[in-house]
Design a protein. Structure first.
Length: 180
C-alpha cells in the first residue's frame, strides 16, 4: 500500500479477491445527502467527473459516459445503489465504487475506489482521479477549477510521475497523449 504525499493522496492495494485497485478518501463539511449528490447528480458530476454522465440510478441501470474528447462514448452498468451510502458501476473493464459515511450531521467521509481491469493502469488512473478530485474539492469550496478538462494545464503529468515514483504499476497507454 502506498502512503499519502502532496502530489498523490491515493493508495494502491489489491482487494481481498486479488484485483488491483486505487483508493482515495476525502472528508467534506456537508451532510451525507449533499455529498451523495456529488456522485449521483449529473449537474454535480459535470464539475469534476472526467466524462459527462447520464445515469439510471438503480441496480442494473445503464450509465452513459460521453463528452470526453480523449475517450469514445461508452456505457456501463450500475452494479449497486444504497442511497446515500454506496454507488458502484462498471466503466469499461473497471469498476468504480463510491462509499460515503456520515461522521456526524455535518461531515461526511467520501471514498472512491477504482477497481482496475489491469494493474498497469494504476499510476495513470490514480493521477487522473487526483486531478478530478482536486476539481471536486474546488467545487465543494465554491471555486472554479477546470480539473480533468484543463487539457495541458491540468497537473496530471506531475501527479502521474509521483505515482510512478511511488511504485504504482504503470505503462498503460494514456488516452489523448499516447497514440493507439
Amino acid at each position: 500500500m502506498t502512503t499519502p504525499h502532496p502530489d498523490r493522496t491515493g493508495s494502491y492495494a489489491p482487494l481481498d479477491d486479488g484485483r488491483p485497485a486505487v483508493r482515495f478518501t476525502r472528508t467534506y463539511d456537508h451532510a451525507i445527502e449533499r455529498v451523495w449528490r456529488y456522485v449521483t447528480d449529473p449537474a454535480e458530476l459535470a464539475h469534476w467527473f472526467p466524462s459527462q454522465v447520464e445515469i439510471e440510478l438503480r441496480a442494473g441501470g445503464v450509465i452513459r459516459f460521453h463528452g470526453d474528447p480523449n475517450m469514445p462514448e461508452s456505457t456501463g452498468r450500475v452494479l449497486a445503489v444504497d442511497a446515500p451510502r454506496h454507488l458502484s458501476f462498471s466503466w469499461g473493464g473497471d469498476e468504480l465504487r463510491f462509499d460515503l459515511e456520515a461522521l456526524d450531521e455535518g461531515h461526511t467521509r467520501f471514498a472512491l475506489t477504482n477497481v482496475l481491469e489491469a494493474a498497469d493502469t494504476a499510476a495513470r488512473n490514480a493521477a487522473g482521479w487526483e486531478v478530478c478530485l482536486d476539481a471536486l474539492d474546488a467545487a465543494d469550496r465554491g471555486e472554479s477549477y477546470e480539473g480533468p478538462h484543463a487539457g495541458s494545464l491540468a497537473p496530471w503529468k506531475a501527479r502521474y510521475d509521483a505515482y510512478v515514483e511511488a511504485g504504482l504499476p504503470s505503462g498503460a497507454p494514456v488516452p489523448g497523449m499516447d497514440e493507439a
